[in-house]
Write a new protein. Sequence first.
Length: 269
Amino acid sequence: MTNRFVAFVRFFGFVLWTLLAMPPYLVLLAAGSRLCAGYTRRYFKVVTRICGFTVKVRGDMVESAHPVLYVGNHASYLDIIILGSVIKANFVAKAEVAGWPGFGFLARIARTVFVARKRGGAAGERDSLSRRLAAGDSLILFPEGTSNDGNRVLAFKSSLFAVAEMSGPDGLPLPVQPFSIAYTRLDGMPVSRALRPYYAWYGDMTLAGHLLDALGLGEAQVEVVFHPPVSLTDFADRKGLSNHCHDVVAQGVVMALAGRLDGPVRAAH
């Protein structure tokens, strides 16, 4: 099923492209350029091609001069590559990611917001996210708090939605846009339940072994579905916002895996 030669070719292609793309990015970063987000998206678009992913986008993504909070499901570290090729925003990740070999370095220079998701830490998480949003950065948040097997969407942690209480620079409520991501086809055939662990990373899977297995597969299609944006003012409290986002994200994943999505499709690249 998985081809180690293909995996190593793709991995070294990824490393080479990263090394080539790094110097211009570091210059932009040092200059404090607002072009960093756009450059990062172009970088990830090339990475998706190298790794054998075709990204299909449905729905209208909110693109604003003001910050947006994008929230969705999380199956794997591969989600970062896919979503990074579509959305101009910074990721929110658990603090442990900063220490991952290679990926931790990339996450840090990509201005990922690291949060320590521990009991009693909701105020600290909210403050970290609020500072970045106040600085004008849009964020991508995975409210499940962990990755899963790709077959379902875990309950969202409503504490992570505390940041939605802040207003944008224009005084309007912070837009929150739910999205669904699903790995749907492999070499043109539907990805079965048995094949999803090749893309979903969870449990006690090792990072290196899983990455080589995923890169050694054929051409994969990934669906990213954007749902209508909402804000905290549309609900009684952040629990209501969290539940709404979970429900629409979960429905989007179910529809994508079943091949029952409607609406126009556009390629991310």
